[in-house]
Design a protein around this ligand. Structure first.
Ligand code: DC
Length: 220
């Protein structure tokens, strides 16, 4: 079973994906991590984010273990890491270099401890359109930008990251603009994606609805 969950930052992709992974015992691939890893490595190496060649070199050499090590860095999920990921993910060459690693995961999906899984849930912005267009069920989750910024700000507070709601909202609007208007893999729903606005109901109800949609679509 392959499921994809696309949508903008803070729409609820991670919460939905984690719940679906647990419910249907699927391996979970958070594809934003590959761009965050390359973006943060650019920052840590002191390279300008505009240096496409350096970004491409880092993308070509990025491995799973390196990505997992970078994920422990304090700026992996901060505004610094988010901004860097958003900039380098707009380079078509960088996306191409990171495509195979993401696609191949569905061939042999594994859980975090390395044991094999029967399927995979991909969380990202182009997973239903580019990474896995043959997925069994595709979701495109959305919510108004103010609500997404509120959620992201709450996550930052919990994680001890020092920032304001206004900063998060401004950065999120900029990212939305960049992600929607870039030439390579702009953020858009797959034609056969289920559109799901997570601001219309409570989190438990949303999660129950998503599970129900999957069961109906797959006759489970
Ligand atoms: O989902 P996230 O916030 O961790 O993603 C970080 C950045 O990576 C985001 O600005 C866009 C990019 N990204 C992408 O271009 N394609 C994906 N499949 C996942 C993330």
């Amino acid at each position: 079973m392959i499921i994809t969950v696309d949508g903008p930052a803070g729409a609820g992709k991670g919460t939905i994906s984690a719940h679906v992974a647990k419910t249907f015992k699927l391996a979970y691939f958070d594809t934003g991590m590959v761009y965050r890893a390359v973006g943060l490595q650019m920052v840590l190496s002191g390279y300008a984010l505009e240096d496409k060649q350096k970004a491409l070199e880092l993308a070509e050499n990025m491995t799973f273990p390196q990505m997992m090590a970078l994920a422990k860095h304090k700026d992996f999920r901060s505004d610094i890491g988010s901004h860097a990921a958003s900039v380098i993910s707009a380079y078509p060459e960088v996306r191409a270099a990171l495509l195979k690693m993401q696609r191949d995961f569905a061939l042999n999906p594994v859980f975090a401890d390395g044991t094999p899984a029967d399927g995979v849930i991909y969380d990202g912005r182009d997973t239903g359109t580019v990474i896995c267009p043959e997925a069994d069920v595709k979701f495109f989750v959305t919510a108004p930008v103010e609500i997404r910024a509120q959620r992201r700000h709450k996550d930052y507070v919990v994680a001890g990251i020092d920032t304001t709601y206004e900063t998060v909202l401004a950065e999120m609007k900029k990212r939305d603009e960049r992600d929607q208007n870039r030439a390579s893999a702009p953020l858009k729903p797959a034609p056969d994606a289920v559109m799901f606005d997570t601001s219309l109901d409570s989190e438990p109800n949303n999660l129950a609805k998503v599970v129900e949609i999957i069961k109906q679509k797959l006759n489970l």
